[in-house]
Design a protein around this ligand. Structure first.
Ligand code: KG4
Ligand code: ZN
Length: 349
């Protein structure tokens, strides 16, 4: 079936068109179009996402992206006849979510097709199934399904969430742990601010860290030794703040590299413990922070060490996008999971 998908939970407006086949056991996706309009430049002066600005930009961008999608289909002489429309209903910023929901409702009416609510976190969770052009180091959906996936341990690390799940199948999972305070991405963003780096901080810290020594500063590894699967990142941020206040001469690259190492160590250690205790066949890594090469490598190494497969989405599907929402919509429909078609900022996974 063809799925038109819409994502407006935060500061990226996304519209995608996918072809989905294979059902719940062996879902496969072909991404026909994946358009994203980023608002980073608009929010940057404020050091974070401003909900009402995000809403205004989504309202402006949605019709532009949709017209572009139609034009591209037309140029390729491909018909535009989606079977369903999927839209993110949460979690995220409610004013932003509503813009996508209202727009999707309009389209569902115009094309007389069902509208399916999608969970943004499930979008990240399933994003490893989206095909990657660069086969090889990582995965494509076909390659993924030839390897054993379940039971799997999934680590979702984004700007708003840090969650560890144990998955039995594409339809069944249990939450093992989560962050007790800041999300991993939030910690990167706050650390960047302390280092006078622009928003979003993750990519900035990663770039600066490349020139630094990750062992230069012994930042704490919060909750590393606790026998649970929870995380805490606000202590790490505070340690960084105190370090910057007290250090006579702080080399920003060393600070960034040491901070990144501390965050990566904790994430990798807990993912490993979870995977071992679940006898996981694979570890899945997703969310914006999964764009971090250091983290990808560390989790990949962890998986290899314990003989598990490692699945991570192609770089273009780590950050918010609508293609992953199409995947989430397809699988939610197969799971008969019906999310109400209204914004739910605190929707859980
Ligand atoms: O998944 P995402 O695009 O949005 C949410 O659902 O929250 O994640 C955005 C988060 C931001 O906090 C950003 O700083 C972080 O992902 N991020 C990174 C990197 N790229 C993005 N964190 C660490 N390293 C990166 N390369
Ligand atoms: Zn996200």
């Amino acid at each position: 079936m063809e799925i038109l998908a819409i994502e407006t939970s935060c500061d990226e407006t996304g519209i995608a068109l996918l072809r989905a086949t294979g059902g719940l056991r062996a879902p496969r996706f072909e991404v026909l179009e994946n358009l994203v309009a980023s608002q980073i430049k608009i929010h940057r002066p404020f050091g974070g996402v401003v909900p009402n600005l995000a809403k205004r930009e989504h309202l402006k961008n949605l019709p532009i992206l949709f017209r572009r999608l139609l034009a591209r289909r037309e140029a390729e002489r491909k018909p535009f006849k989606p079977d369903i429309i999927a839209v993110t209903v949460g979690p995220g910023l409610e004013p932003a979510l509503w813009t996508g929901i209202e727009f999707a409702k309009g389209l569902a009416k115009r094309y007389a097709v069902p509208l399916v609510g999608a969970n943004h976190l499930e979008g990240h969770l399933y994003s490893f199934l989206l095909p990657s052009r660069a086969a090889g180091a990582y995965t494509s959906s076909l390659a993924a399904l030839r390897k054993r996936v379940f039971p799997a341990v999934a680590l979702i690390v984004s700007g708003g969430h840090t969650v560890l799940l144990r998955m039995e199948s594409f339809a069944k999972w249990k939450r093992l742990g989560e962050t007790r305070d800041d999300a991993a991405g939030e910690a990167f963003d706050k650390a960047a601010r302390l280092l006078d780096l622009p928003y979003p901080g993750g990519p900035e810290i990663e770039a600066l860290a490349r020139r630094g020594n990750p062992a230069a500063i012994a930042f704490p590894r919060p909750m590393l030794d606790q026998q649970n699967y929870d995380f805490s990142f606000s202590g790490l941020k505070t340690a960084l703040l105190y370090y910057l206040r007290s250090a006579e001469e702080a080399r920003p690259a060393d600070v960034a590299a040491s901070f990144e190492q501390a965050a990566v160590d904790v994430l990798a250690a807990k993912a490993r413990r979870a995977a071992e205790s679940c006898a996981a066949e694979s570890i899945l890594l997703s969310g914006g922070v999964a764009a971090n090469k250091h983290l990808r490598k560390a989790i990949g190494r962890t998986a290899a060490l314990i003989g598990a497969n490692f699945f991570v989405p192609d770089f273009k599907y780590n950050l918010d996008n609508a293609a992953m929402i199409g995947a989430a919509g397809y699988l939610a429909r197969l799971r008969k999971k019906k999310y109400p078609l209204r914004a739910n900022g605190a929707l859980d996974i």
